[in-house]
Design a protein around this ligand. Structure first.
Ligand SMILES: C[S@@+](CC[C@H](N)C(=O)[O-])C[C@H]1O[C@@H](n2cnc3c(N)ncnc32)[C@H](O)[C@@H]1O
Length: 163
C-alpha cells in the first residue's frame, strides 16, 4: 500500500493516479477544496481532494501500514494569496521544521521496515529536510532544474530507507 502524505492537487501524477484503486494508494492532505487564483498560463483552479483529510504529523493509520510513502510538502513560504500558496500550500521555516520533526516519527511508525520514503523537495530545503529526517538514511538523490516560470531552482527526488 502506498501513502501520498501531502497529495495537494495530484498534479505531478499527470492523471496516472487514476490507474490505482483506493486499496493501492491512499491520498492524504490537510486541505480539502477548490483553490482559485489569477494566473496567465496555468489552470486557475487546483482541486485538492484527498482520500483522507489528515495532518501528516498525526497520521490516523496503523504501524507498518505502507511500503512506500511519497512526501511532497510545501517547498517554501509564499504570500498568503499567491498562486504558489494556493496551489501548493506555504510553510514558514519554523512550520516546516515542526512538520519534519513530527513526520520523521510518523513515517518511521507507519512505514514497513523495508519500505521507501520518497521525498520531493526544492533545493532550498534539501539540507534541512535531510537533517530532520533522523530515522532515515538516503539511498538516492535525483535532481533536475525546475522549468517553472517563477523560479530556477533544483527539485530533488530523494529516496530514503529506515535506519
Ligand atoms: C507541494 S504541495 C503537493 C503537490 C502535489 N504533490 C501535486 O502533485 O500536486 C504540498 C501539499 O502539502 C499539504 N500540506 C501542508 N501541510 C500538511 C500537513 N501537515 N499534512 C498534510 N498535508 C499538508 C498542502 O496542503 C499542499 O497541498
Amino acid at each position: 500500500m502506498i501513502l501520498d502524505a501531502c497529495c495537494g492537487g495530484k498534479l505531478m501524477y499527470r492523471g496516472l493516479d487514476r490507474q490505482f484503486n483506493d486499496d493501492e494508494i491512499l491520498f492524504v492532505d490537510v486541505r480539502h477544496g477548490k483553490f482559485s487564483y489569477k494566473h496567465p498560463k496555468y489552470p486557475k483552479t487546483t482541486i485538492v481532494q484527498p482520500t483522507v483529510v489528515a495532518d501528516a504529523r498525526f497520521l490516523p493509520f496503523r504501524n507498518k501500514s505502507f511500503n512506500l510513502i511519497i512526501f511532497d510538502p510545501p517547498h517554501d513560504q509564499y504570500g498568503k494569496r499567491s498562486y504558489m500558496a494556493l496551489r501548493y500550500g506555504s510553510l514558514s521555516d519554523e512550520e516546516y521544521e515542526l512538520l519534519l520533526w513530527h513526520t520523521d516519527l510518523e513515517f518511521y511508525r507507519v512505514l514497513q521496515p523495508k519500505g521507501i520514503l520518497l521525498v520531493k523537495i526544492s533545493g532550498v530545503r534539501r539540507k534541512t529536510t535531510l537533517e530532520w529526517l533522523t530515522h532515515f538514511k538516503m539511498l538516492l538523490d535525483n535532481a533536475y532544474w525546475s522549468k517553472s516560470y517563477h523560479c530556477r531552482k533544483k527539485t530533488h527526488w530523494i529516496h530514503l530507507v529506515r535506519k
